[in-house]
Design a binder for this molecule. Structure first.
Ligand SMILES: Nc1ncnc2c1ncn2[C@@H]1O[C@H](COP(=O)(O)OP(=O)(O)OP(=O)(O)O)[C@@H](O)[C@H]1O
Length: 951
């Protein structure tokens, strides 16, 4: 929302308002534009600069870091700041980043033609969600402005009083989406659409982005455009009978408002002709991934590793911006229709098999420009001649794309002369060559046109006879002038005579003072210089007028011809958009196929049966596997409606495993192959994630509160077709409460929701669930010892592990030995009896038997010291490894557990607590679950003093 500071400089700056009565005509014009654009900062064209005045100038100077100057005229002095029009993009970007909307007040008539004050008008309002300038947009990403509106309203039926409508437009491409739902569904959808800007209707609920970094700027806009009647009128040019096309008022009002806003930002010239399809959709037609899921699965952003290590990045081998945007849309909205998913898999499979086709497509697609944005500019009347040539270059690759898809790739396979799958056949058929458009551009527009469309040189010779005649006249005139110097030298005998041209005086013949006596009578003086005179002849003047006249008329005619060609191309907007869609899909599929081949993905079997579960053999995490030299593949067997409780040491791979399973589902439903040896997957309709509290500090709510609201959403909305990932739920509060919440949530998911779930936890008692619930089972991660080093095997095996080994990991990480030892004492004190009992039975019904060095088998109590060697506790390894930096995580204390440390009792020595019943009782009485770390430390300190005293 605009800050107070911004409010003072949008609309009419106070300094200008105060002087309103006496302003010069130009500043008065500025004041009018400002007054008409209350929400925007007006940049006012004065020659080659965009200027702002008074308080607006101060804001521009501050935000854009340009010098504040002063304009003085007969009415006073006004602070002024300007940015060059030629290089306005970076300054506009700074203003947008600072939260401004910027109205461009351009000169709309030729300054030379104007009789008095040059006419100016706002041609565009640049806002974060509606920018169309390539320099301000990321290539290959979408940029939406969205509007939200409530269902009830004027003349509304009130049939869906709780419904909220959401409409979004990408003004650079013309894509328009409309949907509705209850408040929560729309909030989720907004996070998925991730608009750059949100316009809220007068009665719409407030929406805050779940993720501030990906969030939008909320702007107010004229409430009247949200009215039902106004919305219908606004929508009529876009689609017939709009009130029958949408699901009720909410959608209608949101759609009308978002288009009103989009039109306003494009200079209010009426409907946007390139918004040809308004697509209404139901979020339930796609796999629902809320912001939390997108974030924790790192689909588009990776907070830890940087933006490049995301799933999208791992999948993106697209060759052009169209394909990249398409892939992004697919990944934001994976499919839920099994046939549609299989159809994409068919196409990816065919492209994966046919290397030459794949490579041929990549070559051809590499030459494709961003058709969606080009066609937007063309139909907005903003395209220059270079844009038309870019369109031509893109259309020129279409025959190659078709031929490549048809198998004209030298493939020896007899069956290779057409796409084998329906999906690719259909795409090939949708590749519209638009031959007439291509030929028109080729005939009309010069191969390398200049950037300006008003200064000639854009229309090709041979396209228009009148233009050719004018250009011929101009050329002949210039040739005549070029020859004049030689002929006049001969006629006058003045060897130093020269013919030249300047902007002010036009053509002239220059003779030095020494030769003035030889100047012929027909020379007329034009200009006197220090050592020479400049002349013209009547014939030269006549020729000059001819040249200038022809050039001016030619430039004007060229502009007219260019605009006509642009309009003819614009009339094919829909067909060009259809072609853009097909090219985009081909590129996205080709990218998926390349990734599948290069990274050894497999086609998943999609099982439509509602009882089917997840079966993955040798699954990998698509992002982590690229960073880890030796990634360990893991199997996953999750019957439908089951809940797998995953335990194991910190850092052993629990989160990575859970995410691998979820990402396989997302990838498969996007149409991609999956990183595994084999996979059989059902179709899920929603994917929920709740990851550990400390991984998710987003401000606003307390961490635990946020954790609980996400859990609430899952417990409300998940169902039998949902996949749920819970990573350390309950961690954000006291242990007893956290454990209880985790347990109750797991039971609820199993008993009431029937969702398929994976639950990673350090709350060990959660593994009891396997014994008590039919569809619950345990998995755990293992670690081993090689030499003195502890190695996480990253391998998942059935059953529960017996501890989290948090203390051991702390030790590995280099936590000082005294703290590690005390932690260990505390653990022993709390779990001493329980550990004895736990060591013998596995509540999950399975035991860790496969590996004697399996961390899951290690007993971390002192009483196990007489176990066989392989079952030694992790800290004993570390004790053996005393002084080994590698083994203690780089710590150089050299004092591992059990090391003699006078005055302290290490873990391997008999605890003083055991020999002192009072001390033992005091220890036992500590309610660790309810203590803060500082209280625990203080308590420890007291106990230690007692031990020291005793000792
Ligand atoms: N299958 C694997 N193969 C190789 N390396 C892996 C594998 N799984 C995880 N890792 C590595 O181990 C690191 C820790 O994994 P992860 O975060 O999944 O552990 P965790 O058990 O969830 O830890 P914590 O309980 O502390 O959250 C990862 O960053 C990755 O580098």
């Amino acid at each position: 929302m605009p800050t107070a500071d911004r409010e003072t400089v949008t609309g009419l700056p106070p300094g200008i308002a105060d002087a309103r009565e006496e302003l010069t005509p130009m500043l008065s014009q500025y004041a009018d534009l400002c007054a008409a654009h209350e929400d925007a900062l007006v940049l006012f064209q004065v020659g080659d600069f965009y200027e702002a005045f008074c308080e607006a100038a101060e804001a521009v100077a501050r935000v854009c870091e340009v010098t504040l100057t002063e304009r003085s005229d007969s009415t006073g002095d006004y602070p002024m700041a300007g940015v060059p029009i030629d290089n306005a993009a970076p300054y506009l970007e700074s203003l947008l980043d600072a939260g401004y909307r910027v109205a461009l007040g351009d000169q709309v008539e030729d300054a030379e033609q104007a009789s008095g004050l040059v006419d100016r008008a706002v041609t565009e309002v640049i806002t974060p969600g509606t920018v169309v300038e390539d320099e301000l947009l990321d290539a290959g990403t979408t940029n939406y402005v969205a509007a939200v509106a409530a269902g009830e309203g004027d003349g509304g039926t009130g049939a869906e009083p709780d419904a909220v409508g959401l409409a979004a437009v990408d003004v650079s491409t013309g894509e328009c989406l409309v949907t509705s739902g209850d408040r929560d569904a729309v909030a989720e959808e907004l996070d998925r659409v991730a608009p750059a800007e949100l316009i809220a209707g007068p009665d719409a609920p407030a929406f805050e982005p779940a993720d501030a970094e990906r969030g939008w700027t909320t702007h107010a806009y004229d409430d009247a455009v949200f009215e039902r009647r106004a919305a219908i009128e606004r929508l009529e040019p876009y689609l017939p009978a709009p009130d029958r096309r949408f699901e009720g008022n909410a959608e209608l009002r949101a759609a009308g408002a978002v288009l009103a806003y989009a039109e306003y930002t494009q200079g209010d010239d009426g409907p946007l002709s390139y918004v040809t399809r308004i697509r209404r959709y139901d979020p339930r037609d796609r796999l629902r991934l809320d912001a939390a899921a997108q974030r924790s699965l790192e689909l588009f952003e990776n907070r830890g590793l940087g933006a490049s290590d995301t799933l999208f990045d791992a999948l993106d081998e697209t060759s052009c911006a169209l394909g990249r945007r398409c892939l992004e849309r697919w990944l934001r909205r994976p499919l839920v229709d099994a046939d549609a998913i299989r159809s994409r898999h068919d196409a990816v499979g065919e492209l994966a098999d046919r290397t030459l086709v794949r490579e041929g497509l990549a070559d051809a697609l590499g030459a494709a420009y961003d058709l969606e944005r080009l066609v937007g500019r063309i139909s907005r009347g903003r395209a220059d001649a270079r844009d038309l040539r870019s369109l031509h270059a893109t259309l020129a690759v279409v025959p190659a794309l078709k031929a490549t898809l048809a198998g004209a790739d030298g493939d020896a396979d007899a069956d290779a002369d057409r796409p084998r799958t329906d999906h690719l056949r259909d795409l090939r058929d949708r590749l519209d060559e638009l031959t007439e458009v291509r030929e028109l551009i080729d005939e009309a527009i010069a191969a390398n046109p200049p950037p300006e469309i008003t200064e000639g040189g854009v229309v090709r010779e041979g396209f228009d006879d009148d233009l050719d005649d004018l250009r011929a006249t101009e050329r002949e005139g210039r040739e005549w002038v070029a020859e004049l110097e030689a002929s006049e030298r001969e006629r006058t005998g003045i060897d130093s005579l020269s013919v030249g041209h300047n902007q002010v005086h036009g053509y002239y013949i220059e003779v030095t003072d020494a030769n003035l006596d030889r100047v012929p009578d027909d020379y007329r003086r034009r200009q006197t210089l220090k050592n020479s005179e400049r002349y013209y002849t009547p014939e030269l003047k006549e020729r000059e007028e001819e040249i200038v006249g022809a050039a001016e008329r030619a430039d004007a005619l060229e502009y007219e011809l260019f605009v006509d060609v642009r309009e003819r191309v614009a009339s094919e907007t829909e067909r060009i958009q259809g072609l853009a869609d097909a090219i985009a899909e081909i590129d996205a599929l080709r990218s998926l196929a390349s990734v599948a081949v290069e990274h050894d993905y497999v086609r998943p079997t999609i099982v439509g049966d509602p009882d089917a579960g997840v079966e993955i053999e040798g699954g990998r995490h698509p992002v982590v596997e690229r960073a880890e030299e030796s990634f360990v593949p893991n199997d996953a067997d999750l019957p439908r409606g089951s809940i797998g409780v995953i335990t194991g040491p910190n850092m052993s791979g629990k989160s990575t495993y859970m995410r691998s399973v979820a990402l396989a589902v997302v990838l498969a439903q996007t149409g991609s192959f999956v990183p595994a040896q084999a996979a059989s997957l059902p179709v899920f309709d929603r994917l929920f994630t709740r990851v550990g509290a400390s991984d998710d500090i987003a401000g606003g709510q307390s961490t635990f509160m946020r954790e609980m609201s996400e859990l609430t959403e899952i417990l409300h909305d998940a169902g039998p077709d949902s996949l749920v990932l819970l990573d350390e739920v309950g961690r954000g509060t006291a242990t007893t409460d956290g454990r209880a919440i985790a347990r109750a949530a797991a039971e609820f998911i199993h008993d009431e929701l029937g969702a398929t779930a994976l639950f990673a936890t350090h709350y060990h008692d959660l593994t009891d669930l396997a014994a008590e619930r039919e569809r619950a089972f345990n998995l755990h991660f293992t670690a081993t010892r090689e030499g003195g080093d502890v190695t996480f095997l990253h391998r998942v095996v059935p059953g529960a592990s017996s501890s989290s080994y948090g203390v051991e990991v702390a030790e590995l990480a280099g936590v000082p030995t005294p703290v590690v030892n005390r932690s260990r004492d505390l653990v022993s004190a709390e779990t001493g009896e329980a550990a004895d009992a736990e060591g013998s039975t596995d509540p999950g019904g399975s035991t860790d038997t496969e590996d004697s060095a399996d961390i899951g088998n290690w007993d971390d109590t002192e009483d196990s010291s007489d176990d066989e060697e392989g079952d030694a506790s992790l800290r004993e390894f570390l004790a053996e490894d005393e002084g080994d930096d590698a083994a203690d995580g780089g710590g150089d204390t050299g004092t591992a557990a059990g090391d003699a440390d006078p005055g302290r009792k290490g873990g391997s020595e008999p605890s003083s607590a055991e020999s002192d019943p009072d001390l033992a009782a005091a220890l036992r009485d500590l309610d660790l679950a309810r203590m803060t770390p500082i209280e625990a430390l203080n308590a420890l300190h007291d106990l230690q003093s007692r031990v020291d005293d005793d000792g």
